[in-house]
Design a protein around this ligand. Sequence first.
Ligand code: HGY
Ligand code: MN
Ligand code: MN
Length: 418
Amino acid sequence: MSESDLIMERCEQLATISSQPDRLERVHLSPQHAAANALVGQWMSEAGMSTWQDPAGNQCGRLEGAEPGLPALLIGSHIDTVPDAGRYDGMLGVLLAIAVARRIHSAGIRLPFALEVVAFSDEEGTRFGMALLGSRALAGHWDDEWWSLTDENGITVAEAFQDFGLDPARLPGAFRRPENYVGYLEAHIEQGPILDDADRRLAVVTSIAGARRYAMTVTGKAGHAGGTPYDRRHDALVGASELVVEVERLSRASGTIGTVGRLQAFPGGVNVIPGRVELSLDLRAEFDEQRDECLDLIWDAAEAICVRRGLTFEKRELYRADAVPCDPSLMRAVAAGIRSTGDDDPLAFWSRAGHDGMAVVALTPIAMLFLRCRAGVSHHPDEHVKRSDVAAALEAFEAAVLAVAGQHSVAPLPRVAR
Ligand code: HGY
Ligand code: MN
Ligand code: MN
């Protein structure tokens, strides 16, 4: 079986580890997460790595460089998913990283750094609403308030750690030190149509969009659907619906990307005017100022709609990650990797999707390799990649790692105790 066939087959295998019988969902600190870590750990060790699960639930593997204890180039992605997920978002990057390590190991290449492969425990934030919990822990950026975040069953992050067999008090053991890393490289599907539309396979990521997420509440007054005249209604759902349309209009006009992905009306009776609506907002942009200016316009619009309809509006920030530029030297290595596949003039553009690199950048410089996914579809079971694109991505990723090694061979790295 070719390496790319093996990667495709392993994506299928991971897709069977799901909490849902008819669709893929694997969230942070779930039994399915434990099963995926075990399988990925086995693949890491077959590839020649020493393996461990860190105190944040990230599955890790390490291949020593020319001598033991050198700082590491971190490579990988995440293995948690959104609800009803595709099978490549995150997982493909982990499997490509393992395949690169396996190639380097079996060729006996002595890199001027160690290779550390990581399968991040939480990037999507599906379970606790806060994304990047795995990569933020690894980067040493942990906020103790996150321990009391709850999932839909009221289980806190701290309780979920214990259920998973992890001790919250030991979390600092997951924090890595900057002097032990030379950088982070991640391969990921594009999750947008730029590559597919251009009929190109691979691209260099220039930066990752900044995002802010909010829980919003529109409150009116519930009442009888038949007996309450229109001029006496304070229908929270009609107000919230206007707000949803405004989010799209304002974000389109400002070049940002706004999405209301969740909306629930209460009390939820077919013959009851909705008295309260809870809805989410995800707003992203290439530049943080652009995103924040649009956010102010959305709040003004919410206020105006609510005043006009006799409603009230509240919001609570759930998540914020600022835009992150990729490191120029690592981007050059990724571009060299793509060139080695025969593409002399690699495409380069910013990522509209969020990635673990947004957290890892607090630890070490980052860069990313994108590969095409069919029609740009992602966060959907129709997510699809071509086996031949996976083969090209593997060539490019390995060549990028070797290019980073080339950048380091001029000035040998100091040895660092782990
Ligand atoms: O939501 C995102 O951008 C990512 O896929 N986690
Ligand atoms: Mn995703
Ligand atoms: Mn992802």
